[in-house]
Design a protein around this ligand. Sequence first.
Ligand code: FA5
Length: 345
Amino acid sequence: MAIKDQLNSIKEAAKKAIKEAQSMVELNDVKAKFLGKKSAFNDIMKSMKDLSKEERPVVGKETNLAKRDIQTWIDDKRQELHDLEVAKQIEEETVDVTMPGKEFHPGTTHLLTQITDEIEDVFIGMGYEVMEGPEMEIDEYNFEKLNLPKDHPARDMQDTFYINDTVLLRTHTSPVQVRTMLEKGGKEPVKIICPGKVYRRDEDDATHSHQFMQIEGLVVDKDTTMADLKGTLLVIAREMFGQNREIRLRPSYFPFTEPSVEVDVSCHNCNGAGCHICKQTGWIEVLGAGMVNNNVLEASGYDSTVYQGFAFGVGVERIAMLKYKINDIRQFYTNDLRFNKQFKS
Ligand code: FA5
């Protein structure tokens, strides 16, 4: 067969094979077969030596043109296969906007954490430091240095989980106040709030839990008066229950404060007119407070002839229950999502 015919038949075979290739892999095989080292073109090139001087450049040129044509067809086919693949991928990845969407349930902070954060923010704004301490505490800090020596009858006010004779689960966050005063060495002023979990051997019921949260505050300085305490309590009451609230102080007793007061806030539900929440009195008892007892100042290294202080303590659950009309404290601790989800932060 003349070389020209041979070239034509190679081209025809290549054209057919390229057309039939279904994938890149098959196309690469076709390329190897027709343009690779062992292709029919190589045989033609080898037989060039038998050609005349005049024929050689002609055949060489024809061979190169044939190879170039095949390469062009392969390139075109490659593009075609690539386009097909992209089209298929787009088809497969098409979003069906009529399909029902997936629901996401982002978490939220617990209501008790939200209230703690809100109160912390108010106090940080007034220059207070937020202090924390251990939940497992020593008797000395939880009671003794707070003017509650062993066998003091007022210990009955806080029924306690003892771990041994000297270690207990703290019954209030007041030991953090003791720790802070001791750390300051009786010299520097103190202005702190202490949020945290506390424990008491109370029977669980609608208003009592064996574990609950408190926030206590302590200010110690050289000119601290009951008027400062009252002003601070009014700020807290208004931040928690609305700017129209008023407070009243009633005499009370805490071993660690003298004088001591119970703090009532005018009812946020009826504005003081009387309703079921305030038991028709117009007032709700919210906080315990007082001027720091001299014995407490002295036990924590402060000279009570130079320094005075005030302190207050509040139950976080109680605030949440009043604010959101929650009637059972156990709701906070059962992790019922239907309850928790109502309080999105
Ligand atoms: C105290 O714990 C004092 N340390 C607070 C204090 C600090 C007074 C500084 C004066 C100066 P009391 O025992 O009243 O006080 O508790 C404070 C609050 O904790 C209560 O008003 C109540 O809201 C909450 N509380 C007490 N016991 C429970 C309980 N078992 N479950 C839920 N909340 C409780």
